[in-house]
Design a protein around this ligand. Structure first.
Ligand code: GLN
Length: 301
């Protein structure tokens, strides 16, 4: 029987559903129906490993096993939701970022490989410091804050988010990665909840930076399932950079650094916004692993 009789069966539908047969069939099916054909095999593996509560690599050595009907039904359910547009990371509730495990829910943006550039650049700055203090604006899943705390053992981080649900996820990720004792989570709008007079060595942010026009064009799994709050950067996508540029002077120590992630077309605009603040001396723009402008930095004079 094909997995999903209501939909066209793949030509290779076997009579015995071994792990290998399930993966082959699902890869074929997702490649035809899913939003990301190139990722079909990987997605099939991630979903099946999740159902069978094993690692992806274990599937290979268990190729000839035949999962029971309950597991197959659960797998079918996930494939259906995937084809309906649900991102794999939400279906399995986790995503790896900077080689660390993160829990994700629809309350938070799924950590992107692009954002690893911001982490690497920020680590380059704080690695040289003794017991640095860092402010992470719009922490979401907490992926930036947790990675910085993990790789710089004496760093102390304050992580802000307007969404209480996102902060619950971020707190869980700090605990899961053993860094909860060095991250303080604050709920509120950007600089709003930062205690008066508090100053930091470094401020980092991956703010929402997508324009309404780009939002409409995004892949359906992003557009229909990831939080608007984490994506919508206002009419021109630059609203948060303006607010960060005007507020950051008050929370940075002299000589302290600001590092922000940007959309790949926003380099010039963000540099212009930051350089309008006379307290800031602009640094370089760093490109991501695809060669696109991704991180802009500045130093407080
Ligand atoms: N890079 C994300 C995307 O294109 C946007 C992230 C953000 O707005 N900070 O989906």
């Amino acid at each position: 029987m094909p997995l999903e009789p209501a939909i066209t069966p793949a030509p290779t539908a076997p009579t015995v559903w071994t792990i290998k047969a399930l993966l082959d069939w699902t890869t074929d099916f997702l490649a035809k129906k899913g939003p990301a054909p190139t990722a079909a095999r990987l997605e099939a593996q991630i979903l099946l490993a999740h159902v069978l509560k094993c690692k992806k690599v274990d599937l290979l050595v268990r190729y000839d096993e035949q999962p029971g009907e309950a597991d197959r039904a659960a797998f079918r359910g996930l494939i259906k939701r995937r084809v309906d547009g649900w991102p794999v990371a939400y279906l399995v509730g986790s995503r790896e970022f900077y080689l660390l495990p993160f829990e994700v829910s629809p309350a938070v943006l799924i950590p992107r490989p692009d954002t690893e550039t911001l982490v690497t650049e920020s680590l380059g700055v704080i690695k040289r410091m003794v017991a640095p203090t860092v402010l992470d604006l719009g922490t979401g899943s907490g992926c930036i804050a947790v990675c910085l705390a993990h790789h710089k053992k004496e760093a102390r981080i304050t992580a802000v988010d307007i969404s209480p649900d996102a902060l619950d996820v971020a707190r869980g990720n700090a605990i899961r990665n053993g860094v909860a004792d060095r991250i303080t989570f604050l709920q509120g709008d950007l600089f709003g909840p930062v205690p008066a007079g508090a100053v930091f060595d470094v401020v980092v942010s991956n703010p929402p930076y997508v324009t309404p026009g780009e939002l409409a064009e995004l892949a359906p799994d992003v557009r229909d399932h990831e939080p608007r709050l984490a994506l919508d950067g206002g009419t021109d996508g630059l609203a948060f950079y303006r607010r960060i540029a005007s507020g950051v002077g008050a929370v940075l120590k002299p000589g302290g650094s600001l590092l922000v992630e940007i959309g790949s077309t926003q380099d010039e605009a963000v540099r212009a916004i930051l350089s309008a603040n006379p307290d800031l001396e602009l640094g370089k723009t760093v490109r991501d692993s695809s060669g696109l402008p991704r991180v802009v930095s500045a130093r407080k004079r």
